[in-house]
Ligand binder design. Structure first.
Ligand SMILES: Cc1cc2nc3c(=O)[nH]c(=O)nc-3n(C[C@H](O)[C@H](O)[C@H](O)COP(=O)(O)OP(=O)(O)OC[C@H]3O[C@@H](n4cnc5c(N)ncnc54)[C@H](O)[C@@H]3O)c2cc1C
Length: 220
């Protein structure tokens, strides 16, 4: 897609941020940075019965689309492959905002919501997408592991969601206490929250080999 023709975040009627709209993001670069920093997307579908389901999955961003992979037997992936409309969210939790009232206590976050329908990828595009999803989760790992066999690929649905109807909200603030609460004798402020890898734990066979350098060098 020509980047100049992609609608700005929040520019459709369905994606316009209405409540606390000062947190809305119009910069596509911020949307992309949030998607690149996240690891899990929550993907929604509505079953034929009308029952909605929201399912967490891995993903990667490739330019102006999101890539997903899952089993051909998965309800979520089958529905998406049929062209069911979806709503996908990626949320990064950055901290707890501890105000002096329950009402003003909140969270700092960065979040993206994307609406649309997926297309099924095939051939080289599908194979590349599988590598990109792996690279997004842990860059460098793909080069060390066995690539999927034809049989494994046949059992996998790989989907792309265009990022042409998205919105984003970012909240990054200190507590905004009401005047009546500011002198309350209690600590207030922000407690930052960061995702990080712990020390790698080798399995029985893994302990015979050095910990790959990409595990040590990669941070979120
Ligand atoms: C962090 C994370 C990343 C994941 N990444 C992927 C991925 O990339 N690809 C992939 O195919 N799957 C992934 N999964 C698993 C995914 O969430 C679903 O469990 C799986 O895709 C099966 O979906 P389905 O529609 O076939 O569910 P079904 O098996 O049809 O679901 C039946 C019922 O099981 C329950 N259920 C299913 N999944 C979950 C869940 N995750 N949590 C709680 N209850 C559940 C629900 O009640 C649901 O109605 C991931 C899960 C997590 C937590």
């Amino acid at each position: 897609m020509d980047p100049s023709t992609i609608p700005a975040p929040g520019s459709s009627e369905r994606t316009r941020v209405r409540r606390i709209s000062e947190k809305a993001v119009e910069d596509r670069g911020v949307v992309e940075a949030i998607l690149d920093a996240g690891l899990v997307a929550h993907v929604g579908i509505v079953e034929e019965s009308g029952q909605p389901y929201v399912v967490p999955v891995a993903y990667a961003r490739e330019g102006d689309r999101l890539l997903f992979h899952g089993s051909t037997g998965s309800r979520l992936f089958r529905r998406l492959a049929e062209g069911a409309p979806t709503c996908v969210t990626v949320t990064l939790l950055d901290g707890l905002v501890l105000a002096r009232s329950a009402f003003e206590s909140s969270m700092n976050y960065r979040g993206v919501m994307a609406l649309g329908t997926c297309t099924v990828l095939d051939g080289d595009e599908r194979d590349d997408a599988l590598r990109l999803i792996s690279d997004h989760l842990l860059p460098g790992r793909w080069g060390d592991i066995r690539p999927p066999s034809r049989k494994e690929i046949a059992a996998t649905l790989v989907l792309a969601l265009p990022l042409d109807e998205v919105s984003a909200k970012v909240s990054d603030k200190m507590p905004e206490d009401d005047p009546q609460d500011v002198d309350r004798p209690v600590w207030g402020g922000v407690v930052p929250l960061r995702e990080s890898f712990g020390e790698p734990v080798a399995d029985e066979r893994g302990s015979a080999y050095p910990v790959p350098a990409y595990l040590g060098s990669w941070t979120r």
